[in-house]
Ligand binder design. Sequence first.
Ligand code: EPZ
Length: 435
Amino acid sequence: MDKFVIRGGNPLVGTIRVSGSKNSALPCMAAAILTDEEVVLENIPQVRDIETERKLLVAMGAEVELGYGRAQHRTTISCRTISDPTAPYEIVKTMRASSLVLGPLVARMGVARVSMPGGCAIGARPIDLHTKGLEMLGAKIGYEHGYIEARAERLKGAHIVFDKITVTGTEDLLMAAVLAEGETVMENCAREPEVTDVAALLTAMGAQIHGAGTSTIEVKGVEKLHGAKHRINPDRIEAGTFLVAGAITGGDLLVAHCNPAHVTAVMGKLEECGVRVEVAGKDLVRVRGDGALKAADISTEEYPGYPTDMQAQYMALATQADGTSTVTENIFENRFMHVQELVRMGANIRVDGRTATVRGKTPLSAAAVMCSDLRASASLVLAALVADGESILDRVYNIDRGYEHIEEKLRGVGAQIRRMGNVFQGKREPEMAAL
Ligand code: EPZ
């Protein structure tokens, strides 16, 4: 099992490149199910979750050629021959976003069998809103042996109002509605850039969508979709993570190939902490952490509010700020897995329900820590970058799920970080692959 060894103390200086968004790539890969023609996706990140989705699509009978190392990371997907519209438990249990195939499979094949996701480190994360929306579009939903089975001759347009804002729920039902008969109106939709990204691909495939990126999306169903080529958005959470890395290490970092418009909430919060952050170009943000950090509160909200996926990273920064910061997690019920590990490194954090109170500044000392979920793991990397001594981070396959070559990128701007154990990312599969 891979580990990271990180020696703290170096300010990060230089230019660090952001990869394509995992959370855009996953729905866009699923969208390829909607056509029997080839879909070409550029800027796909080389992360474990993309490999998991490749396995899922291939298991259904699709042909997927991941384009790592090729120009533009060009990935091609052909779902001409889907033979088995099933997302098996073995795959779904390692990645909940597998539920994104539900809508496209019902829309294209008339049937989908998707394992119910089961538990997750950060919360229950049910997909009841996905299935409720499909029922409104006319699908018959059954539950058997831990699987959801959805069937429909042809889905019919409907007026859907989401009880809660759900990112993949919005994407899943958008992908179902584009081939439904008639018009669909969806209200209380997620406005995340990843929704806009998959809507752009669907439009390029011939779908008729209006309002993606707002809370009301209107779809006019079409008979058929054709192939298309689409470039995936930069990963706004990776960009935000690197901005925090520049701030926490007191560095001077240029975060390149990002979309500054997608990280405004994080940039605003860093400025409130006394960090100098500025847009330095159309896809470039500069962060300088050359002064003392001031405490500031965050409360996670749906986009364009402060993102839940940046909550753990901010908490690491707050341990280095003078004063008391409160961190309120409103999206998931169990997203403080990083707290105990940060406390073991010397942080002063108390959790009460959905709010963590961080008292800083506390010097952090290097320790052996355990990575849990993806973003909690990123938080531990950030803490280790400023801790006194050499930290060992175990189970870094959690980080490999959503950060492409993170140790190489950080080493490139001065971090003392190296990977121990099996080498992932395209070379040898870690023994965790079976999980
Ligand atoms: C997406 O997850 C992201 N994953 C998550 O990123 C992100 O944290 C989350 O959105 C919130 O921004 C992908 O896009 C692949 P939700 P998703 O449905 O869609 C509840 C990462 O680190 N809910 O918006 O699964 C749910 O329990 C990952 O990259 C229901 O109750 O999240 C949660 O409390 C982690 N019923 C809230 O809604 C449903 O049917 C928001 O969840 C669906 C969701």
